[in-house]
Design a protein around this ligand. Structure first.
Ligand SMILES: O=P(O)(O)OC[C@H]1O[C@H](OP(=O)(O)OP(=O)(O)O)[C@H](O)[C@@H]1O
Ligand SMILES: O=c1cc[nH]c(=O)[nH]1
Ligand SMILES: [Mg+2]
Length: 213
């Protein structure tokens, strides 16, 4: 997996406030939205386009437009939902598929409780949205769903990532022929014994939407 850590002072500034335990939910949601837009700008550098002609008021001009079908954006519920609006603001013609996944807090294994993806993703570019890449179990499972449907180009946008998780995703994808890129705002230090990212930001889903249980 190609890993791109976005090194930009605005990203670092917003991320620092996001980490702060004193940041309230409305501010947290707004920052997630702003951050995903900045990361999406980097993540869409290789979005597929094709040449097109337009007529300006002055002369013909050659430009590009997104190929059809447009990319598929897949937020991983719950926390990934907080990244959806910011992403489709940049890619308004994108289709959206959904994966509901929750990590078992004891085993740390990801369980899929909802799946609403197009049946055939042959030749599609896909963007997976999840703020947290911790043990990597959730992202690896999500990528397998997409590749099994035929996706041939996958970019994951995660606000925070842990080195252990990146290594696991790499291992679990080692046989895949599909190019996978991770775009992230920070590679944190490590995981703690409960599988939380250190220093991280706590539970992203809870900070966006309140306690799950
Ligand atoms: O890399 P992993 O160890 O698999 O952990 C990361 C997952 O954990 C969080 O979701 P969570 O299970 O808390 O669900 P939620 O979004 O409903 O809170 C997060 O949003 C990721 O999906
Ligand atoms: O630190 C973490 C790890 C998994 N999920 C989260 O929301 N936060
Ligand atoms: Mg959670």
């Amino acid at each position: 997996m190609r890993v791109h850590v976005v090194d930009h002072p605005l990203v670092s500034h917003k991320l620092t406030t996001l980490r702060d335990q004193g940041t309230d939910s409305p501010t947290f949601r707004r920052l997630v939205d702003e951050l995903v837009t900045l990361l999406a700008y980097e993540a869409t550098r290789d979005v597929r386009v094709e040449p097109t002609e337009v007529q300006t008021p002055v002369a013909p001009a050659t430009g590009v437009r997104l190929v059809t079908p447009a990319p598929l954006v897949v937020p991983i519920l719950r926390a990934g939902l907080g990244m959806l609006d910011g992403m489709v603001r940049l890619l308004p013609t994108a289709e959206v598929g959904f994966l509901g996944m929750a990590r078992n807090e004891e085993t740390l294994e990801a369980m899929t409780y909802a799946e609403r993806l197009p049946a055939d993703l042959s030749g599609r570019q896909c963007y997976v949205l999840d703020p947290m890449l911790a043990t990597g179990g959730t992202l690896a499972a999500a990528i397998h769903f997409l590749v099994d449907r035929g996706a041939d180009h996958i970019t994951a946008i995660c606000l925070l990532s842990a080195p252990e998780g990146v290594e696991r995703v790499d291992q679990e994808l080692s046989g895949l022929q599909v190019p996978v890129t991770l775009v992230t705002a920070a590679m944190d230090e490590r995981l703690d014994d409960k599988g939380y990212i250190v220093p991280g930001l706590g539970d992203a889903g809870d900070r966006l939407y309140g306690l799950a249980h």
